[in-house]
Design a protein around this ligand. Sequence first.
Ligand SMILES: [Zn+2]
Length: 330
Amino acid sequence: MGIFAMRSSGLLLVLGTLLLTGTAHAQCTIASKVCAVANNFNPVPKPPNNPDNKSPTCGGSVAVTPFIDAFNAASPSIRTSLCQLKNIFVSSGPQGWGRFNDPTKHGHDPHQPNDQAEDSYIAVAQPDIGNTFSQLQDQNLKLINPGVAANINHAETNTVPELGLLYAMAHELGHVIWHKQYPLGQPLHIPCYDANFASSWQHPNSGKGRRWTEFDDETIDKHPDANIRMPKAATTPAEMADIYKVYATALAGANPEEDFVDMYALEAVFSSTHCAKQNCTFAMNFSTGIPAVPLNGNRGTMIAGKRQCANTAISTLHPARQIKRQRRHR
Ligand SMILES: [Zn+2]
């Protein structure tokens, strides 16, 4: 401050304006990004899809109000990231998806001007819109392990649909961040990942540099502690509760990528402006007498470290291309 004290008030005014715009975070008209995905675009890079040098496009308009409400409930950092997506699609489902156009696979066909390297997109499944965060947690658990899920239901103090849609969007945004930071054959990374997540996996690098990860893919890696079951293999509510001592959710316990991504999505909800204004609590409740699991409470040092890393990622990593510092190789 002292350096500028003797400069003219005109410069101070300019400086003040710069500081203001610098702290306001990049914002956008989120509604202009929201549309139905054209031609039922399937991003899964497997036959019969022809995934290289192809990107999804808008195929029609959808109701944008839920997206505006969810965007407005998000923290400034999540809003910055959502603004850097090329599109936010509504798909027919059953699952949403997130996609980062890896430079090795996209942007190489001059006849496909829509396909640009490093563009990113998310899609929310139509049936997920209008659900609360807890309803989406119930749904994930039913898809992963219906037997155990029958004895579990999630509840929250503020049952508002915008936090459900914020969760759905932030989960897919987390996949975009993951694939941007761990691209095919490139030495980028998520700086706090190894310190906070690696010990939860036998082969933590197995999640890095992948082209595509299906919902709840439990074949990628296994838990190092055999007492913590893989989510599909849990046979009792108590075994499911044990997973939540190390992993954000059952989905997070499926593989290293989902471990980071679902923690990122949960923190996007917990750090929302909505929850900053009023105390939000989210709980997983059991019908069998096991104590409720507080989803936004610290549940031991593992979860605390992961939460902190996810929050760092939310505030420092975004979908858009970043200016890279030149590195000197020694
Ligand atoms: Zn996922």
